[in-house]
Design a protein around this ligand. Structure first.
Ligand SMILES: [Zn+2]
Length: 167
């Protein structure tokens, strides 16, 4: 029996919604386009709508900023070697929470508060275009990823919906 609660946590509500209406997409595991999109976790980065995609067309890897962190490179390696994708699109966006992020400052703030220095670091960028180009460069240089001929980078404007093709 469930414990009685005065206020259901939002996360519990999310679970309840899935329990109430089970859903499966019914597509193969391999994305039909062979493309993996690396993007930000931002609520506005709904890549299906932004790129006008249907069910099962792409892999999507998301994190804070959409940066090519070691874990993104790991996931891209899995996406290509184990699932079979072949091309990569990095999509960052305007008004990102990571914009102007100062990694050293952020890490020392967390360390001061918790007594532990986080093992990960996430470099911030003053320029949004540089951030896209840098992530694309990191992916293109990652030898573990077998297919790197088609790696592109774009910047999405959350206000206008326009894409700026960076590289
Ligand atoms: Zn963002």
């Amino acid at each position: 029996m469930k414990e009685a609660r005065h206020h259901m946590a939002a996360v519990d509500d999310v679970i309840q919604r899935a329990l109430a209406a089970p859903y499966t997409m019914g597509v193969p595991r391999l994305p039909s386009s062979g493309v993996t999109i690396v993007t930000c976790m931002d609520t506005r980065m709904d890549v299906r709508r932004i790129f006008n995609l249907g069910d099962g067309e792409v892999h999507v890897i998301r994190n804070a900023g959409g940066y090519a962190t070691p874990d993104v490179l790991r996931s891209l390696t899995i996406s290509q070697r184990k699932i079979g994708t072949r091309e990569i699109l990095v999509c960052h966006h305007t008004d990102c929470g990571m914009s102007g992020h100062n990694d050293a400052e952020f890490r020392s703030m967390v360390a001061a508060e918790t007594g532990e220095l986080p093992p990960w670091d996430v470099e911030g960028y003053a320029d949004e275009h540089d951030a896209v180009a840098n992530s694309v460069a990191l992916i293109r240089a990652c030898v573990y990823i077998p297919f790197r001929d088609h790696v592109r980078g774009v910047l999405y404007d959350v206000k206008t919906g326009q894409l700026d093709v960076v590289c």
